[in-house]
Design a protein around this ligand. Structure first.
Ligand code: UP5
Ligand code: MG
Length: 222
């Protein structure tokens, strides 16, 4: 494929910044495909008989980044399922997914990922970012939801009353904040130096935040 055919937008932001909420808006209004690595990891962890269940559980509870191979495999499977179910929306016209042996594992992953256009919360660490940009294509930009910890904390504690998420408790939230600052924020800084970060103030209401997102998209796509 040619990098010029591809538009990849990374979506980053701290835990509870509103990545999922705003990605849902973008899917609805702009036809972006959205696959949340976090959602896939939670589904795999809950799947009876999963060989990765316990491992994923531990990482998520500790707010740490799950080893990339696991996340990669889940993304691959999700895409394959979608394709098998005839969900050709994920496919570029006329292209078939390559067989596994034809491409090294990483390349296969990225072959799938570039079709998604937007992958929320990816890349969360520097090696994922550089690998994507060198192996697949440069991202158009990174949509970064900027939100102070006290605001995110309140949102996550509120959600924790009903979400059932194992990491929506004070102890896990603190660890997620630390991982974000130490591991994911450097990715934002890296892209910022390249002038490729669209920073959105994520402290306002969901509608107001989305308005800012739409304004930013209008500017960028003009
Ligand atoms: N809410 C949203 N926007 C609001 C607004 N403007 N005003 C008021 N309330 C707002 O929103 C969070 C909550 O806030 C919701 O209740 C929402 O209604 C409200 P949401 O849109 O879900 O925010 P999001 O940024 O998506 O928060 P999330 O908790 O999903 O972020 P995390 O990054 O912590 O979680 P994720 O599911 O992506 O990852 C979980 C774990 O999986 C990670 O900690 C890690 O262990 C693992 N993981 C990896 O290992 N690798 C990956 O690549 C991805 C995840
Ligand atoms: Mg989310």
């Amino acid at each position: 494929f040619s990098p010029s055919d591809v538009s990849v937008i990374f979506v980053l932001g701290g835990p509870g910044a509103g990545k999922g909420t705003q990605c849902a808006n973008l899917v609805r209004d702009y036809g972006f495909r959205h696959l949340s690595a976090g959602d896939l990891l939670r589904a795999e962890q809950a799947r009876p008989g999963s060989e990765f269940g316990e491992l994923i559980k531990g990482y998520i509870k500790d707010g740490k980044i799950v080893p990339m191979e696991v996340t990669v495999a889940l993304l691959e499977n999700a895409m394959r399922d979608a394709i098998e179910k005839g969900n050709t929306k994920f496919l570029i016209d006329g292209t078939k997914p390559p067989h596994r042996p034809e491409l090294p594992r990483g390349a296969l992953f990225f072959f799938f990922v570039f079709r998604l256009k937007s992958v929320a919360g990816f890349p969360r660490q520097m090696d994922q970012a550089t690998r994507f940009e060198s192996d697949v294509c440069p991202s158009m930009f990174t949509l970064f939801f900027d939100c102070p910890e006290e605001v995110m904390l309140q949102r996550l504690l509120d959600r924790g009353k009903t979400s059932g998420r194992a990491d929506d408790n004070l102890e896990s939230i603190k660890k997620r904040f630390r991982t974000f600052v130490e591991t994911s924020l450097p990715v934002v800084d890296y892209f910022e130096k390249e002038g490729k970060v669209v920073k959105i103030d994520a402290t306002h209401s969901p509608d107001e935040v989305y308005r800012a997102v739409k304004d930013a998209f209008r500017d960028r796509f003009q």
